[in-house]
Structure formats: structure tokens, C-alpha cells
Write a protein that binds this ligand. Structure first.
Ligand code: GLN
Length: 492
């Protein structure tokens, strides 16, 4: 699309309108969007078309439309984080990432659906109803960023932004046959991202190819003085790496702890095939041991709720969104309680209670403190593994997309979706998921995850693009070409 725009074979208005039309046709069934901004997107598109005609030099992606997860603050556009408590909130400012998109003149199509405050693996925890997987509308598109993944997979947007605190970019990518990247912690500014767990959150690209992800990563990444954890160094050379697309001379470590029992047979089979392809492409494959990864999920579900309980305390009925007034002459505390009761969904309440408990005096050392020690051990495991391997690999998610409703009443089963993605967030290292094919038993997409040392994100792109090219050869075209046609004009 960028090349067609540059060659003036298509205008941004045409591209943007085509995507808005597609949304009008299929989003009744898919529900990728919480809010579509047709007017704003077309305004940006018309403006960039004019600038192009005037001969202005533009960003490579200028005029290519994009969808943004509803967890990013967007000036003038509603931002709900999938929660009733933020209903009606229109931010007075843009997240840094969003201003970079605007400066580069990418039309913002709208805000995508998500699990409430990014807590979940299916988007079923959205207060506005789930998104659906374009491969099978009765199944989940992953979470928490299932709106972004399904928008990209159903061709409602060529690019999207996600956030990944424990896997919310990578797992949705895996189950929808798309590409998702969680950059190194601090690689993309968190300013204006509504925080779930500040020490784990990271925004990144959701796309249909590794090169697309690299182009978007290069645009949104880089130092931001507004984020105290932002890395003050240039973005790693991700675009060059994606173009190089090579694993020649690389050592790829298969993580023993992320695979085997609990992973669906078809997911494992496709993963093994991809590992063999990496060998054929010139990589050396070794097995690496990361014993502390077995405790990652448990540590994450103490650290995340602890940070979330603190971050969500600001939703107090005074400053943002919803305010519920109980009858009579309620005190401020009663207004707060009534608002939180009505405004937060069950998963959010569960995690606030968990986090408050884990941080309470007398339990702090036993739970939060222990979890932090495990976090250190996980980082040590990564460091040891990266002494022998340039990148690590595992299946991204243990299963293909499961039916909507199947795990909704079983929080532990839901949490287990992120068993392979969480270690990267705990250690701050970058990760990428790319499709490996379709599981023979259910015909649904499967994914492989690449992990690299912090700030070496370019390795993900070199290896991911190499494998992607080999797989495209094998398939004779993009995997998404095999997705079923979506019903037009259907409503949920
Ligand atoms: N599914 C994980 C959770 O529920 C990850 C969420 C995320 O990455 N935002 O916490």
C-alpha cells in the first residue's frame, strides 16, 4: 500500500475508504472496533493526499490507515479500555505513540476492542462484548488485543497497535494467523497508555507481515522524555533486519519448559516443522533449559494484580468517566464504591482484590516479595540461555483459538494461555509471534514465538522474516488467503 501511494496509483482517501467500507460490511460479525472515526481518518487521508501532490517528502507509511487499541489515549476520540468505568471519557491529549502516528500522517481508523483494562486472553472480558475470530466466528481472536488482531486478520486495517503485558499482542497474533511484536521494555513509549502493570506493559505492532511490523516498530519506537522508563538509544535496526531475512549462522534455542505437555498436538507439529525449516535455512538449533519459567505464571499473577490494584485506584468516580450516585446523601467513599461496583467487571475486581491482598502488610514478603525474586531468577535464566543462543523459540500459545464461552468461568484455564509469553514480560525482553500454519485437527492458525535479548529486537525480525519467507514458499501464498469469507452485513 505504501508503494502504491508513493507511485500515486492509489490515494490515501481511496485506501482509507476501502477499509471503512470493509468495516461497514464485516464488523457487525467480527466486532473489532469499539469506535470508528471515519470522519477523522478521511480528513487525515485527504490532507496527506494533498501534501503528496504538492511534492512534500512524507513518511514511508504516510496515508496507510491504522487501527489503535482502545488502551491508548487519543485526543478527541473516546478511550474506554473496554471498561464501563471509562464510558464517555474523551482524552484531552494523545499518547506519544499516537502523536507519532499523527505526525507521520497515518489515518486512524478507530479504536479496537480489548479485554477490560487488558486483563484477559480472549476479549470476552470487554464490557462491550467479545470480538470474534475471522477464521471461525464462534471462536476467540485472542486477548487482550483481540480487536486489533481480528481487524488486521479480517482486512479491516492493514496495521494496528496492540499492547502486551503478558502476551496480549503475541497470543492474539498466533490465534488469528497474523504477526505481533512486543518490543523490548522501554523500546516504545508508554506515555498515554492507560497502565495495567507499569513494569510489564509494552505497546507494539500487529500486522500481516514481518516487514510491516518492522516499519511500524521503527515509527513508534525510540526515546520519549515523557516516559521515565523509555530507553535513550536509537530504535534497533528492525527494518534492515526484516529485509535481510536471514538466520544464517544464528543459534536458535528451543526452550525445554515451553512445549510438551499441555500444548495441542497440531500446535507442536507446526512448531517442529518451523524449527526444521530454521535448520534448513542455516540456523543451528540447540535445546535450552529455563527451569524458573515453570514459576513465571504464578509470579506474574502476583506482580500484575499488585501493580494493577495500584494503577486502577485512580478510577475513583471523581476524575474520569462514570460516576454512580447512590440514593440519599452519599459520602465520597460511597460514590466511589458504587461507581467501582458498577463500572468494573468481574475479572478486574478479582485482580484488584488479589493485588490488594498480595501487597497487604504481613503478606507482602510472602507473595509480592517472593514473586519479585522469581522474576529475578527468570531474567537469570534468559541471560544464561542467551549465552548459548541468539534467539529463543517456543510455540506462542499452547492451543489454537478456543470457542467463545469455553474458559470464561475458569480464570486459571484462561491464564494458562499466556504460559509461554509471560516470561518475556517479566524479564523485559522482546518477543515476536508469526504464523506457522494451520493445526491439522481443527484447521486453525498456530504460531511460533521468537525471543531475543533486551534491545536486540532486530534479531527477531531477521529470524522471523527468514522463516516467514520459507513458509510462504511452502504455502504458495499468505496463510490468510485460506481464511473463510466473512458474512457481509451480519450483526452479532
Ligand atoms: N492475558 C494476560 C492477562 O490476562 C496478558 C494481558 C496483557 O498482555 N495485557 O493478564
Amino acid at each position: 500500500m505504501a508503494s502504491l501511494l508513493a507511485a500515486k496509483e492509489v490515494s490515501s482517501v481511496e485506501l482509507t475508504r476501502a477499509h471503512l467500507d470493509r468495516t461497514a460490511e464485516v464488523d457487525g460479525a467480527v466486532h473489532s472496533y469499539l469506535h470508528v472515526d471515519a470522519e477523522g481518518a478521511l480528513r487525515t487521508a485527504a490532507d496527506v493526499d494533498q501534501r503528496r501532490i504538492a511534492g512534500e517528502s512524507l513518511h514511508l507509511l504516510a496515508g496507510v490507515p491504522i487501527a489503535v487499541k482502545d488502551v491508548m489515549a487519543t485526543r478527541g476520540l473516546p478511550t474506554t479500555c473496554g471498561s464501563k468505568i471509562l464510558e464517555g471519557w474523551v482524552p484531552p491529549y494523545d499518547a506519544t505513540l499516537v502523536s507519532r502516528l499523527r505526525t507521520a500522517a497515518l489515518p486512524i481508523l478507530g479504536k479496537t476492542n480489548m479485554d477490560e483494562f487488558a486483563m484477559g486472553s480472549s476479549t470476552e472480558h470487554s464490557a462491550w462484548g467479545p470480538s470474534h475470530n475471522p477464521w471461525d466466528l464462534a471462536r476467540i481472536p485472542g486477548g487482550s488485543g483481540g480487536g486489533s488482531s481480528s481487524a488486521v486478520a479480517s482486512f479491516q486495517a492493514p496495521l494496528a497497535i496492540g499492547t502486551d503485558t503478558g502476551g496480549s499482542i503475541r497470543q492474539p497474533a498466533a490465534v488469528t494467523g497474523t504477526v505481533g511484536v512486543k518490543p523490548t521494555y522501554g523500546g516504545v513509549s508508554r506515555y498515554g497508555l492507560v497502565a495495567l502493570a507499569s513494569s510489564l506493559d509494552q505497546a507494539g505492532p500487529c500486522t500481516r507481515s514481518v516487514l510491516d511490523a518492522a516499519l511500524l516498530h521503527a515509527l513508534i519506537g525510540g526515546h520519549d522524555p515523557m516516559d521515565s522508563t523509555s530507553i535513550d538509544a536509537p530504535v534497533p535496526p528492525v527494518v534492515e533486519a526484516a529485509q535481510r531475512a536471514s538466520v544464517e549462522g544464528m543459534t536458535v534455542g528451543v526452550v525445554r519448559q515451553l512445549g510438551g505437555d499441555g500444548y495441542q498436538a497440531g500446535v507442536r507439529a507446526r512448531f517442529d516443522e518451523s524449527v526444521q525449516l530454521l535448520v534448513d535455512l542455516g540456523a543451528t538449533v540447540v535445546e535450552v533449559d529455563c527451569p524458573s519459567f515453570d514459576y513465571a505464571l504464578a509470579a506474574y499473577y502476583l506482580i500484575l494484580p499488585s501493580e494493577a490494584s495500584s494503577n486502577l485506584a485512580k478510577f475513583d468516580a471523581m476524575r474520569y468517566g462514570l460516576r454512580v450516585l447512590p440514593d440519599g446523601d452519599p459520602s465520597a467513599e460511597q460514590v466511589m464504591a458504587a461507581t467501582r461496583d458498577a463500572g468494573f467487571g468481574p475479572e478486574v475486581k478479582r485482580r484488584i482484590i488479589l493485588g490488594t491482598y498480595a501487597l497487604s502488610s504481613g503478606y507482602y514478603d510472602a507473595y509480592y516479595g517472593q514473586a519479585q525474586k522469581v522474576r529475578r531468577l527468570i531474567a537469570d535464566d534468559f541471560a544464561r540461555a542467551f549465552e548459548v543462543a541468539d534467539v529463543l523459540v517456543s510455540p506462542t500459545a499452547p492451543t489454537t483459538a478456543f470457542p467463545i464461552g469455553e474458559k470464561l468461568d475458569d480464570p486459571l484455564a484462561m491464564y494458562l494461555n499466556d504460559v509461554a509469553t509471560i516470561p518475556a514480560n517479566l524479564a523485559g525482553v522482546p518477543g515476536m509471534s508469526i504464523p506457522t500454519g494451520l493445526a491439522p485437527e481443527d484447521g486453525l492458525p498456530t504460531g511460533i514465538q521468537f525471543l531475543a535479548p533486551a534491545t536486540q529486537d532486530d534479531r527477531l525480525y531477521a529470524a522471523g522474516a527468514a522463516l516467514e519467507a520459507a513458509l510462504l514458499d511452502r504455502w504458495g501464498g499468505p496463510l490468510l488467503d485460506r481464511a473463510p469469507d466473512l458474512p457481509k452485513g451480519a450483526s452479532r
